[in-house]
Design a protein around this ligand. Structure first.
Ligand SMILES: Nc1ncnc2c1ncn2[C@@H]1O[C@H](COP(=O)(O)OP(=O)(O)O)[C@@H](O)[C@H]1O
Ligand SMILES: [Mg+2]
Length: 257
């Protein structure tokens, strides 16, 4: 069966051998200035290897969202360096002229709420980003169907988002995050609305994808159900990260997607 691995599109986007994953050094972020300035990140160091899924935990207000937004090029840090995939994207200033393209092609976002587009069916929700990246509608839809199959929601391919259960919507949003084969996936509380079985299913999928495509994945979470699944955890306190060993030992199996 065609799994997409032989198509030229996949060949081009699969060459990850030079990826360094995510490397963050001495990252600072100050909001505002003067008396009202808030130093949200005060020298964060973090490394996620290709194929690794790490947890990022910390109390409310500790800087988790700020860190993900800096990494996702949604806000600009005030200092430090960030490497994504095989590029230095920030070194005391952006080194990338087109941040929109960087976000579209290099970073997959998974949020707590799935944010599917209500007037597009499931397949088109997943196919949209590859189409924006220049792939034909036919190729983009074929890729979308492969991902939906891998995530066990292909039977809902023609449904509208409002017709899906919460777990199905979250799996579709993961398929969408993967559609452009980004070297980096950033997930902010991706399992919060899900029951235990579904939450662990989402983590299993993220681990399989990371292993299969050498994707570096960061999962921000408070979710006690999934914290034991990480091999490595960064705890963020007072704007600085502290690395901890997670409870998980086993390596996740590769799955063909
Ligand atoms: N846009 C902003 N302007 C000013 N301060 C902000 C802004 N966003 C976040 N902060 C502050 O930065 C700190 C870290 O916030 P945040 O990254 O949202 O933490 P978390 O996601 O861990 O709850 C907090 O003190 C918060 O009040
Ligand atoms: Mg937050």
């Amino acid at each position: 069966m065609a799994n997409g691995l032989d198509t030229p599109w996949m060949d081009a986007s699969l060459s990850r051998s030079t990826s360094t994953g995510i490397q963050i050094s001495a990252l600072h972020k100050r909001y505002g200035s003067g008396d009202t300035a808030v130093d949200a990140l005060k020298g964060v160091d973090m490394q996620v290897l290709p194929g690794e899924v790490v947890g990022l935990i910390g109390p409310s207000g500790s800087g988790k969202s700020t860190l993900l937004k800096c990494l996702g090029a949604v806000i600009e840090p005030t200092g430090g360096t960030m490497v994504l995939g095989n590029e230095v994207i920030y070194d005391n200033g952006w080194l990338i002229p087109d941040l929109r393209t960087l976000r579209r092609d290099k970073i997959g976002f998974v949020f707590q709420a799935p944010y599917l587009i209500p007037f597009l069916d499931v397949t088109d929700n997943v196919a949209l980003l590859p189409m924006l990246a220049g792939h034909s509608k036919r190729d983009a839809r074929r890729r979308a169907l492969e991902l939906l199959e891998a995530l066990d929601v292909a039977h809902r391919a023609k449904a509208m988002p409002s017709q899906l259960s919460g777990g199905e919507q979250q799996r579709v949003s993961i398929a969408r995050a993967l559609a452009n084969k980004p070297p980096v996936i950033l997930a902010d509380e991706p399992t919060a609305p899900l029951d235990s079985e579904r939450a662990l299913g989402v983590i299993r999928i993220l681990n399989e994808i990371a292993a299969q495509y050498e994707t570096a994945v960061i999962v921000v979470t408070h979710d006690e159900k999934i914290i034991p699944t990480f091999q490595r955890i960064y705890n963020i306190r007072d704007g600085k990260t502290h690395e901890e060993k997670g409870q998980a030992k086993k390596n996740w199996q590769r799955k063909k997607i």
